[in-house]
Design a protein around this ligand. Structure first.
Ligand SMILES: NC(=O)C1=CN([C@@H]2O[C@H](COP(=O)(O)OP(=O)(O)OC[C@H]3O[C@@H](n4cnc5c(N)ncnc54)[C@H](OP(=O)(O)O)[C@@H]3O)[C@@H](O)[C@H]2O)C=CC1
Ligand SMILES: N[C@@H](C=O)C(=O)O
Length: 259
């Protein structure tokens, strides 16, 4: 039996990773802050898929909690075969309107935790000569839109770098870059978004399809996965247009409409 550890497992994309990885027969270790939700997910998934689910409640912005998760990821006696670094959040405010503590928390959860857990996982995986790391980044990683975008750029380039360093070891690393996806993300961050216009309906992704396409790309050995034709086109454009256009205030500020 193989085991997958998923961070941010209590909602959205992480919750869906749990569902689909359990359907593939993986036992799970589920990580997030809301322990009650994790217990509900454990009960549901164990009943539906007959796999074992371990609850590991942790706040990845808290150093001691991150250390506990890293220790679990790196255990040799109960190995983690698939690591999904997914936990994350957004804020609606611009840089100077956001308390610096919140900015740092976002870097801790979406950058520091990804580095620490990838390091712990990859060390153990390389010894076994197999393993999979999936880092949930974002289409925003190709943009220039605040600390969030910069954190996700880090995740995409970090994943590409570690994938190259681990080439030939049997361990793969993939950056999954979702575009707008129906989850709790925007409500929790109080980020005003348009989900109903004809354009929005073409843009937004369903979480089950996103994760299915992402896992297919992982199976195919892709290092950067951008599910959805609309986001393949957008990221293709973002990669070739002159960078001054990408960072122009009009484009950068349109990504997240402000109040
Ligand atoms: N939805 C979207 O449009 C997009 C999302 N993404 C990325 O996808 C990932 C998942 O987001 P999504 O599912 O949409 O959002 P949700 O808000 O639905 O889920 C976020 C998850 O992250 C967990 N989390 C947040 N902060 C912490 C923390 N400090 N410690 C541990 N867990 C934490 C939450 O659990 P809890 O609160 O219980 O701790 C929750 O399980 C994020 O990295 C996000 O940046 C990327 C592109 C688009
Ligand atoms: N696409 C979303 C998350 O990355 C967003 O930026 O709102």
């Amino acid at each position: 039996m193989t085991t997958a550890l998923v961070t941010g497992a209590s909602a959205g994309i992480g919750r869906e990773f749990c569902e689909q990885l359990a359907a593939r027969g993986h036992d799970l270790v589920v990580v997030a802050r809301r322990a009650e939700r994790l217990e509900e997910i454990k009960a549901e998934i164990e009943a539906r898929h007959g796999v074992k689910v371990e609850v590991l409640a942790a706040d990845l912005a808290v150093a001691d909690d991150l250390r506990r998760v890293a220790e679990r990821v790196g255990r040799r006696d109960e190995p983690v075969d698939v690591l999904v670094n997914n936990a994350g959040f957004g804020v609606k405010t611009s840089f100077l309107d956001t308390p610096v503590e919140k900015e740092i928390e976002s870097v801790d959860v979406m950058v520091k935790a990804v580095v620490v857990l990838t390091h712990a996982a990859a060390g153990a995986m390389v010894e076994r000569r197999r393993g999979t790391v999936i880092n949930v980044s974002s289409v925003a990683s190709f943009m220039a839109s605040g600390t969030y975008s910069a954190a996700k750029s880090y995740v995409t380039v970090f994943s590409e770098s570690i994938a190259a360093q681990l080439h030939g070891t049997g361990v793969t690393v993939t950056a999954l870059c979702p575009g707008f996806t129906h989850t709790e993300f925007h409500e929790r961050g109080e980020i005003p978004v348009d989900k109903t216009s004809p354009l929005a309906k073409r843009l937004w992704l369903d979480v089950d399809r996103l994760v299915r396409d992402g896992l297919a790309d992982v199976d195919a050995g892709k290092v950067v996965s951008v599910p959805g034709r609309q986001y393949k086109a957008i990221t293709g454009l973002l990669r070739v247009v002159p960078r001054p256009l990408v960072r122009s205030p009009r484009l950068s500020n349109r990504h997240r409409p402000r109040d």
